[in-house]
Design a protein around this ligand. Sequence first.
Ligand code: 5GP
Ligand code: MG
Length: 182
Amino acid sequence: MNEYSEKVIIDEDEIKRRVAELVISIADDCPGGDLVVIGILKGSFIFLADMLRLMYLHNLRPQVDFMILSSYGSSTIPSTMIKIERDLSVNIEGKFALVVDDILDTGRTMLYVKERLKWLEPKMIKTCVLLDKPARRKVEMKADYVGFEVEDRFVVGYGLDFNGYYRERPYVAVLEEQPEAE
Ligand code: 5GP
Ligand code: MG
């Protein structure tokens, strides 16, 4: 079952510290304190929950909503099509919208969400990701708040999965294939 070993690249304490800093930056940019935090499921749920729990300390009053997106394509063509499986239910018109995702990879998901949200006429759209893999970018997309920049390697933990597993890990790790047993 366990063909992979995990190598931690960002530990629990580092994440905690960085999450606290990100919330301070967000509070600085959000005068008045009202915002709608929009999590992209499933990968963002742990990061989002940890940020939310610090927000009252900085006089932020978040509403929370989630979107579920799926991307599809064939195995030979990198998936460029994104479909909304669950849309927003909170009204963001005239509000400060903060989109939260686990990782910015090609950038297509975040670009798609930003374009979609513009139609709903928020006062401001800001984007926040735990991880950024700039080496993989396929579209022009920069997040306003980035936890950590990572190399071009597949990472798991703190919300990010491999085949549905590893999301619960309190750290971010890369998976290393184990040599086959003789
Ligand atoms: P993008 O649209 O930026 O290419 O894709 C972002 C999504 O791809 C992330 O929300 C995440 O679900 C998935 N993803 C990209 N890189 C990784 C990675 O290294 N590990 C995991 N677990 N998911 C990733
Ligand atoms: Mg995702």
